[in-house]
Unconditional design. Structure first.
Length: 94
């Protein structure tokens, strides 16, 4: 993969880890690789991948909460879910 430093940091992620950068530099590939590593290390971990189209940004919180829990709600409910459930969550616009 060629990103040894990033992979080492992401093996023990913080509560939230953000991977960002210019288009085409391998952010998605890195995220999917780390997802596999974390899921292998902790079988109880949940994984969710969400592809977001630019026009969905307005309803993103409601959409994401529904994908994660089958419940409706807004930002507060989404934050509660993300804070209490260990998970690998990949939000991608690819």
């Amino acid at each position: 993969m060629g990103r040894r430093e990033e992979l080492e940091r992401l093996q023990t992620p913080e509560a939230v880890t953000l991977i960002y950068g210019l288009p085409g530099i391998g952010k998605s590939e890195l995220a999917y690789h780390v997802e596999g590593m974390l899921l292998s290390a902790d079988p109880a971990m949940r994984a969710t991948r969400v592809i977001v189209e630019p026009h969905h940004e307005v309803v993103f919180c409601s959409y994401l909460l529904a994908r994660l829990t089958d419940r409706s709600g807004g930002l507060a409910e989404l934050v509660d879910e993300l804070a209490t459930t260990p998970r690998v969550l990949i939000i991608d616009d690819a």
